[in-house]
Design a protein around this ligand. Structure first.
Ligand code: ZN
Length: 350
């Protein structure tokens, strides 16, 4: 570090912040952000995609591993041809109380947002946004009602940087006899909050964020922010304005508002560097194994892997080796960047 602080405000901030949902510390090193970078870079590439790709397994009318897609015209969901959970009898029976094993029961589905191969969430109409969220809510209810499903995880991997093999606009649903780790953590943290304080963890975070500088978008039912305890530089949470535990608790108006909020967040992401922003988006919602999840904080999390248009956030020694996250940025500053860009997509202005 070459800076010579001349007054207290210019001193580096050595800081950790408590993540109230995951109950873990996040290390902040924004003052180290300017250190020279000599690693890999990822140049923004914008490919012009066709509206229909004959080799795409998700385009209407095309063959898949099993069967083929109908000539669908709107949002379209189907069972994943290679699911990670199954309804078939499993050979996983041999087990002891130390090296435990159990069958992976359940199913997995795919939801195509649009028949148009070239679109992403930013291109959806208001009605298409609503249709996507309506289908998510229906799948949550239907899959969650199954005996062999304890949790419905809906997520989107967008961009090759997060391993998406197919650019066709789609997300995935994993529904099995396993509660995913972050949701299990949030069940614990939100229950403890409700028992100790009598209120809701998600609503406390909402109130803190509404009072702070990190809101990037809001509508009548949802608020989007870079949370105070963000783990990634451009991490965004979409928080409901009232306590709800899952998509099934949302009114039709709220489902529409959620779809529009997702679209605005993804547009702001793309406008940041005028390139398609890669991210992992996950819908955090209550497990479906008949427990009491009334305090569970329903919300969406976006985790973009980029810190700059050409700089990936690597998960390395501290994260993979040590198990704790380092954020090289200041959440207030990253929120200001996402708030400053237009809510109209840059492609529309060309
Ligand atoms: Zn396609």
């Amino acid at each position: 570090m070459s800076e010579t602080p001349s007054h207290p405000e210019s001193r580096p901030v050595w800081e950790q912040r408590w993540h109230p949902l995951r109950e873990e510390w996040v290390l902040y090193t924004a003052h180290r952000g300017g250190r020279p970078w000599i690693g890999d870079t990822h140049q923004a590439a914008e490919l012009a995609l066709p509206k229909y790709d004959p080799t795409c397994a998700l385009c209407p009318g095309n063959k898949r591993v099993k069967g083929e897609n109908p000539d669908y015209t709107g949002v379209y969901g189907f069972t994943n041809d290679l699911p990670c959970f199954s309804t078939e009898d499993s050979a996983a029976t041999a087990s002891d109380d130390f090296y435990q094993m159990r069958p992976a029961h359940g199913t997995a589905e795919v939801v195509c947002y649009s028949p148009d191969h070239s679109k992403t969430f930013v291109d959806l109409t208001d009605a298409e946004c609503r249709d996507v969220v309506d289908l998510w809510a229906e799948r949550y209810r239907e899959l969650g009602a199954r005996e062999d499903v304890d949790h419905v995880l809906i997520f989107e991997n967008k961009g090759s940087l997060v391993g998406t093999s197919n650019p066709h606009p789609h997300c995935q649903i994993y529904a099995g006899n396993m509660i995913y780790g972050f949701t299990a953590d949030e069940v614990t943290s939100s229950r403890r909050r409700h028992e100790e304080k009598g209120d809701f963890l998600g609503q406390e975070i909402l109130q803190r964020e509404l009072a702070g500088p990190r809101i990037i978008a809001e509508n009548e039912a949802f608020v989007a922010c870079v949370p105070w305890f963000a783990r990634y530089a451009y991490e965004v949470f979409v928080l409901p304005r009232r306590q709800v535990a899952s998509l099934a608790d949302l009114t039709p108006e709220e489902r529409q508002a959620l779809g529009l909020m997702i679209r605005e967040v993804t547009i702001r992401y793309d406008n940041l560097w005028e390139m398609p922003m890669p991210y992992v988006m996950a819908i955090h919602q209550a497990p479906t194994n008949n427990g009491d999840y009334s305090a569970y904080p329903f919300h969406l999390e976006f985790h973009p892997p980029l810190r700059k248009p050409d700089t990936l956030k690597y998960l390395a020694g501290p994260e993979i080796g040590g198990g704790s996250m380092t954020n090289e940025s200041n959440p207030d500053e990253k929120a200001a960047e996402l708030k400053a860009v237009s809510a109209v997509h840059y492609k529309m202005k060309r």
